[in-house]
Design a binder for this molecule. Sequence first.
Ligand code: IMP
Length: 495
Amino acid sequence: MSAAALQQLPTLPQGLTYDDVLLIPQRSPIRSRKSVSTKTQLTRRIQLHIPIVASNMDTVCEDKTAVAMAREGGIGILHRFCSVAEQCAMVQRVKRAQSFLIEQPRTIRATATKTEADEAFAWRGRKGGVQCLVVVDGERGRRVLGLVTPGDLTFAGDGDAIALHMTPLAQLAVSYDVDLSLAQARALMQERRAKHIPVLKRGTDELRYLITLSDIVKLTHNPAASLDAKKRLLVGAAIGVKADDFARARALVEAGADVLVVDIAHGHSDLCIDMVRRLKTDPATASVEVIAGNIATGEAAEDLIAAGADGLKVGVGPGSICITRLVAGAGVPQLSAVMDCARAAHRHGVPIIADGGVKTSGDISKAIAAGADTVMLGNMLAGTDEAPGRVLVKDGKKQKMVRGMAGYDANLSKAAREQRREEDVFAELVPEGVEGTVPCKGPLAPILRQLVGGLRSGISYCGAHNIAEMQARARFVRMSGAGLRESGSHDISKL
Ligand code: IMP
């Protein structure tokens, strides 16, 4: 045994994880779980209404998951197992999913035909893509002549000019106020029975923005949604630390990503520290929030924060599809890792994400009470309708695939995309991830609400009104194997 290891022997620290502990119930002033706040910080500057982040795995988070997460008040991180163009297109789809002032509404010339308009409505290749075209004068014109919707063209002939069927500008509700509030836009729509409001440059008929009823409805129904300054949904995107990842980062920032996640298996490495420093100092990326990981110690937190990280991702080995601890023998049980990293990060005002190993809403409560500001979920979201991937039928049940990003399956797909040989993957890769299936769970939103409901209960059991109070008050009790068995659901027939 090495001298260093021998010296450590008598004081070896013990690592604990979620199943080792419970939160001790405390006197609670909470009368209704609804009065509990789950607001939290994702990074120094980004606040969320619910502390849940969808993992940047290719079986968990593409644009559909990211849209659903942000609508519910969390956020999704788009995976990087695709080309830069594909990842940027996903960012743009999230950003276009809703907004208050649409900056570049789809336009059409007044002389275009119904057939051309039909193509423009179907622009995004799916129903509901564009429900209204702004009719303008000429090819690149910004002078608004009117609006046209699919309903206006129901009885039009294929060759009819749009001008014949549009609603002309004089009959439209318009605004010249670019600082229009949501309430004012809603009132104007109600008063004029309008579904769309063009916002024009003051004193002219030049187009600035378009406001749509469907966006207003979404903004009104989801007041907790995670939004940027333009009321578009927030979205994050993952990058690696290779030479070409900086170009990926620049493209993602340009496409509109609100936060970048520098995501590698061993985040406490010079490679990760250098990438964070570069992102935070290069003028092209310095303004975007940067999360770095994955780490498992306070020392790692200190080093990445010194490099400029605005958030940290904690978890080496707890993931459901992770075999790092078996392959490399390295890692820290997740509850201890969260506590150690939170202690260091919170001294600098930097939030942390507890990433991996969450199996129940109770685990979310424990992670947050231990100091995590948010939790990242992979497995628990992989079976939702929004998660990428096809539905398989296995043992007569509908399932979806979940796969570790450091496993054979994901790396074979990557090799195929990059036109590399499969043999090289088998020869070179030492996989630290595996693949499996999870039951289909239906839409994501109700699943999230259940998880958040469980967390609200957990906060209340700690006698707290919010996450900060929970973290200040929480007391854990360690439990034995018998305690853990007692905690599970009981089979009444055997009692
Ligand atoms: P889960 O919520 O327990 O499924 O854990 C999800 C987390 O596992 C992800 O957010 C990643 O941090 C981690 N992860 C994803 N793929 C791999 C892998 O191949 N090896 C190790 N960890 C992985």
